[in-house]
Design a protein around this ligand. Structure first.
Ligand code: ZN
Length: 243
């Protein structure tokens, strides 16, 4: 008889396959990222439906087959109703799930990522935010996830020549892994661009996991754009490295 595995997990992605089946991407407490087949899960009568909703925490049970893991039980543990009600929050939940699915490749338990995911969903559900600070939840998740996976950026001195940073003359290079000084920027061939001192401050606070301070900050459009540019550039660079 097949062994049944039980764990808690966040349902992050659902793909419809064949007539009534669905392939679920779940980040679990005990196994890390899992791809599990939900057989006949799209049928109205399926007992697995309630516990396999997107962006919920569920207790799941599965068996390991030759090719697939198959879901055998799913019980809802925690719903996050405010995420589903708000389109802005829902969008962030999709971004978070996608980043995790893209960056975490293998199946391996990870206590830190599990904790980060838990606090991120709670935060997204509970707090009232403006558009920019809602985005901050995503950036907080993304940069900490990257850091847990071994891609902590250099934010305290020049990533290339180790010089002290002069606020008005700093640039970002994803390839060099962080901020670089003006002198070094002249020596490199790859793309680099201006990073605002306030963006560096934000990133430092994010990686210190200082949510209390981050929450109080006023983020204007310009700062948000710079943060988005740096984040997007670093994220795509890392993705291109692991593909
Ligand atoms: Zn330098």
């Amino acid at each position: 008889m097949a062994t049944h595995y039980r764990t808690w997990g966040f349902v992050l992605k659902k793909e419809n396959i064949r007539e009534d089946d669905r392939l679920l991407t779940i980040f679990s407490k005990d196994f890390g990222k899992l791809k599990i087949l939900g057989r006949a899960i799209r049928k109205i009568k399926s007992k697995l439906r309630g516990g396999s909703q997107l962006f919920t925490l569920s207790e799941i049970e599965f068996i390991q087959g030759k090719t697939y893991k198959t879901l055998t039980d799913a019980i809802l543990v925690k719903d996050f109703p405010e995420i589903k009600k708000n389109l802005g929050k829902l969008k962030i939940a999709y971004q978070i799930s996608q980043a995790l699915d893209n960056l975490v490749r293998g199946q391996e338990p990870d206590e830190k990522i599990w904790k980060l995911l838990n606090e991120t969903f709670k935060r997204l559900n509970n707090l009232q935010f403006t558009v920019y600070s809602l985005q901050l939840i995503y950036y907080y998740f993304l940069w900490n996830l990257l850091s847990f996976l071994g891609y902590t950026p250099q934010l305290y001195h020049c990533a290339l020549g180790q010089e002290k940073l002069i606020p008005a003359q700093i640039f970002w290079s994803s390839k060099e892994g962080g901020v670089i000084c003006k002198n070094c920027s002249k020596k490199i061939k790859e793309t680099f661009f201006k990073i605002e001192p306030d963006t560096i401050k934000l990133l430092r606070l994010i990686l210190k996991k200082d949510w209390v301070t981050l929450q109080r900050l006023k983020i204007d459009r310009g700062l948000h754009q710079n943060l988005r540019e740096v984040s997007k550039n670093f994220y795509s660079y890392i993705l291109s490295q692991i593909e």
